[in-house]
Design a protein around this ligand. Structure first.
Ligand code: HEC
Ligand code: HEC
Length: 222
């Protein structure tokens, strides 16, 4: 007789029902979300837990350089995992991991990181490099017809649309390596062509300055 039940009895029943879920805490979310599970535990076919390198909050790390994943766009993440799997973006560690994930797992892990609050940076980098990098990032190099990075990546490197990654908060050495990879045609992701043209026009010291600038910005403004 439900109508006769007092509020306190109802509350008690509810507590008994939800208590095990509540006590299980974070573990419950990993069980329910396959993306969270792969991030924290990897899978049983040899894909390593992402947090081992990319951090508990997906914030990445400076040294050795591991990029942030938290808050990168979902479609961008899917494209990059497929590129590693197919060797279009050469990296032995990520190739091995991506080859051990199926399409559904790649989608789940990409959704998981895309929904996470942006995290990563600011990294410790020399001020003079940051100042030089900011100048190129915001104004481009008009005398050499190089457009500003900000026109696509946003004023503070936080612009994101489905295929456009934010740059703020990545480790400087990671950003530098990517600019070199584009410049040498080593990164052949679907939209790499846009970056190839730009990166191949940059001097090494300009790349280092740009990498320092974006690394000096936190992924999230607060
Ligand atoms: C053993 C360390 C390690 C583990 C574990 C690892 N990664 Fe990585 N990851 C790297 C390194 C190193 C790079 C940079 C590779 C490069 O230069 O292209 C990277 C790059 C990436 C990128 C490219 C980011 C960008 O901004 O373009 C994605 C996406 C990624 N990893 C996803 C994952 C996922 C998902 C997992 C877990 C299933 C994972 N990684 C596990 C080391 C690791
Ligand atoms: C016309 C738009 C556009 C401009 C201008 C542009 N970018 Fe990009 N950038 C992109 C796109 C699109 C991608 C993703 C390409 C891919 O899938 O590999 C990207 C990717 C990158 C990446 C790789 C990010 C990661 O997580 O691995 C870096 C680093 C980068 N850009 C730096 C720069 C810098 C520095 C400048 C200025 C000198 C610049 N970009 C100007 C569109 C642009």
């Amino acid at each position: 007789m439900t109508a006769a039940r007092t509020p306190s009895q109802a509350a008690l029943r509810l507590l008994i029902l939800i208590a095990p879920l509540w006590l299980a805490g974070g573990a419950a979310s990993a069980e329910e979300d396959p993306g969270a599970r792969i991030a924290q535990e990897g899978n049983d076919r040899g894909a390593t837990a992402c947090i081992q390198c990319h951090g508990e909050q997906g914030q990445g790390q400076s040294q050795p350089p591991f990029p942030r994943l938290a808050g990168l766009p979902e479609q961008y993440l899917i494209e990059q995992m497929e590129a590693y799997r197919e060797g279009l973006r050469p990296n032995a560690t990520m190739a091995q991991i991506a080859q051990n994930l199926d399409d559904d797992e790649i989608e789940a892990i990409s959704r998981y990181y895309a929904e996470m609050k942006p995290a990563g940076g600011p990294h410790d980098v020399p001020d003079d490099l940051v100042n030089r990098g900011r100048e190129i990032a915001l104004e481009g190099l008009p005398e050499r017809n190089i457009q500003s990075c900000a026109s696509c990546h946003g004023d503070e490197g936080r612009e994101r649309n489905p295929s456009l990654p934010p740059l703020a908060g990545h480790p400087p050495r990671y950003l530098m390596a990517q600019l070199q990879a584009y410049a040498h045609g080593a990164r052949e992701t679907s939209l790499a062509g846009l970056m190839e043209g730009i990166a191949s026009e940059l001097e090494e010291e300009e790349m280092a300055a740009l990498a320092a600038y974006y690394a000096s910005l936190p992924a999230h403004p607060d």
